[in-house]
Design a protein around this ligand. Structure first.
Ligand SMILES: Cc1cc2nc3c(=O)[nH]c(=O)nc-3n(C[C@H](O)[C@H](O)[C@H](O)COP(=O)(O)OP(=O)(O)OC[C@H]3O[C@@H](n4cnc5c(N)ncnc54)[C@H](O)[C@@H]3O)c2cc1C
Length: 396
C-alpha cells in the first residue's frame, strides 16, 4: 500500500506555501498553541481579519463548498492539504466557525433566503460566527440543554444561558440550540437558530482560561426576539441539524500538524542544546521519547487521513473521527509533557520572556493542551462512541 498525493495536489500545496511565505510572517507569532482567535497566537484581531480577507479573495475560506454556493468545489484532499499547511505554518485558517461549520450546515438545511443572506458573507470573511451549544448543565449530554425558545407571532423569544462560547465577544452571529418543546423526549424538542449577536437582550461575559487569555465566554439571553425565518431545518428537529454541524467539526488534521511543527522544533532544540556538557540528544531517555513521538505523529496523521478519505467517499465518518480526535488531542498532551520534561525548569517560561527556551512555545502549548481533550467532545465521550459504534458494545 502506498499513500501519495497527486501531482495536482502537490502543486496546490506549493501554491499555499508560496502564499503563506508572502502573506503570513511566522516570526511575529508568539506561542505554539492555539491562540484565543484560533491559530496565529499573539496577533491582533485586525491583522487576523485582514489575513482572512486575503484567504477569501483566493476562495480558500470555502474551498470545499459546492461551486453553486460560492465555493471552489475542491476535493476533500485539497481541503486537507490546505488545513495541513495553515496549521503547520501557524496561520489562522478561519476566524470563528462560519466557513467550516455554519456554511456547510446552511447549504444542507438552510432556506433559500438563509443561503442568500449568509453564504456570501461567510465566503467573503465579512462576519464572524460563534457556536452557542454548551450550557452550564449540558456539555457532553448536550440534549439536556435548557435554554428555551417560545413562539410569539413571527418571532421566537429566547431565554437562558450558554457557556464556553468561543469568540462570542467578537462574533456577529451565533448558531444557537434552544428547547422548543419541553414536553417531548429531550432530543426531539430542540431547534436550531441563527442569532444576530446585536439583538437586544444578549449579554456576553468573558471567561479567562488557564493560559490567561480571553477566548471563550458566557452568553446570557433575556427575552431575545429572534425572527421565525432564522429557524434552520424543521421545528423540534434541531438536534439532527446540530449533529451535521458537529460532524463537520471532527476530522483532526490541524491538531496533528500543529503538533508536528512543535515536535520538529523540539527535535531541533535537542540537537542544538547541551546540558551538563553533553548534548541533550545523547540522553537515551530523550532519544527514546522523541522516537516514540515520531511514531505517534505518523499514526495521528494516518488516522486523520482516514477520516478525510471516508468523507471523500461521500460518507460521514463516525467512530473513525472519534479515534482521530481522541488520539490527536491526547497526543498533543503527550507532546506538551515531553517538551516540559526536556526543557527543564526554563520550559515553564511563557512567550515574552527573553529567557524562555523555544520562545515559550512549550509552556504555552502545555497550558493550552489541557483543554484539547475537553473541547469538541471529551476523551471519555470519544471512547464511548468507539466502544458503542466501533465495537458494538452496549451503552455504558
Ligand atoms: C477550549 C474550549 C472551547 C470551547 N468552545 C465551545 C464553543 O465555542 N461552543 C460551545 O457550545 N461549546 C464550547 N466548548 C464546550 C465543550 O463542547 C464542552 O466543554 C464539552 O462538550 C464537555 O462538556 P462539559 O464541559 O459540560 O463537561 P461535562 O459534560 O460536564 O463532563 C465532565 C466530565 O464528565 C465526563 N463525562 C460526561 N459524560 C460522560 C459519559 N457519558 N461517560 C463517561 N464520562 C462522561 C467528561 O468526559 C468529563 O470528564 C468549548 C470547550 C473548550 C474547552
Amino acid at each position: 500500500m502506498e499513500f501519495r498525493f497527486s501531482p495536482e495536489e502537490e502543486a496546490f500545496r506549493q501554491e499555499v506555501r508560496e502564499f503563506l511565505r508572502q502573506e503570513w510572517s511566522e516570526e511575529a507569532t508568539e506561542g505554539g498553541a492555539e491562540s484565543p482567535l484560533g491559530y496565529g497566537g499573539g496577533r491582533g484581531l485586525d491583522e487576523i481579519r485582514r489575513f482572512q480577507k486575503k484567504l477569501a479573495q483566493k476562495g480558500w475560506l470555502t474551498l470545499a463548498w459546492p461551486k453553486e454556493h460560492g465555493g471552489m468545489g475542491a476535493s476533500i484532499m485539497k481541503q486537507v492539504i490546505f488545513n495541513e499547511e495553515m496549521a503547520y505554518h501557524r496561520a489562522p485558517q478561519q476566524l470563528g466557525v462560519g466557513p467550516d461549520r455554519v456554511g456547510p450546515t446552511i447549504i444542507l438545511y438552510g432556506t433559500e433566503e438563509q443561503k442568500r443572506e449568509h453564504l456570501p458573507r461567510i465566503a467573503n470573511a465579512e462576519v464572524i460566527w460563534c457556536q452557542g451549544f454548551s450550557e452550564p448543565g449540558a456539555g457532553s449530554d448536550l440534549a439536556s440543554l435548557q435554554t428555551s425558545a417560545v413562539p410569539d407571532g413571527d418571532y421566537f423569544v429566547i431565554n437562558g444561558q450558554k457557556i464556553w462560547t468561543s469568540l462570542a465577544h467578537v462574533a456577529d452571529w451565533m448558531i444557537l440550540l434552544a428547547r422548543t418543546d419541553p414536553d417531548a423526549p429531550k432530543h426531539r424538542g430542540i431547534s436550531y437558530f441563527l442569532v444576530d449577536m446585536r439583538t437586544p437582550g444578549i449579554t456576553v461575559r468573558p471567561l479567562v482560561d488557564m493560559t490567561g487569555r480571553h477566548a471563550f465566554n458566557q452568553v446570557f439571553f433575556d427575552n431575545v426576539r429572534v425572527p421565525r425565518k432564522n429557524l434552520v431545518g424543521e421545528l423540534n428537529r434541531g438536534w439532527y441539524v446540530a449533529a451535521a454541524t458537529l460532524d463537520f467539526e471532527r476530522s483532526g488534521i490541524n491538531r496533528v500538524m500543529a503538533g508536528i511543527r512543535l515536535y520538529e522544533e523540539l527535535v531541533q532544540y535537542a540537537r542544538e542544546t547541551e546540558r551538563d556538557g553533553r548534548p541533550l540528544m545523547a540522553d537515551p531517555t530523550i532519544r527514546h521519547k522523541l522516537a516514540e513521538l515520531k511514531i505517534e505523529f505518523e499514526v495521528g496523521r494516518l488516522l486523520a487521513y482516514r477520516v478525510a478519505w471516508i468523507q471523500s467517499q461521500g460518507r460521514i465518518p463516525n467512530q473513525e473521527a472519534s479515534m482521530s480526535k481522541l488520539f490527536g488531542s491526547e497526543l498533543q498532551q503527550r507532546l506538551a509533557r515531553a517538551g516540559i520534561e526536556m526543557l527543564g525548569l526554563g520550559g515553564q517560561l511563557r512567550p515574552g520572556s527573553k529567557w524562555a527556551p523555544m520562545a515559550g512555545r512549550i509552556a504555552d502549548y502545555y497550558l493550552a493542551s489541557v483543554s484539547t481533550t475537553v473541547a469538541a467532545g471529551t476523551s471519555e465521550v470519544m471512547r464511548n462512541i468507539i466502544a458503542m459504534r466501533g465495537l458494538g458494545l452496549p451503552r455504558g
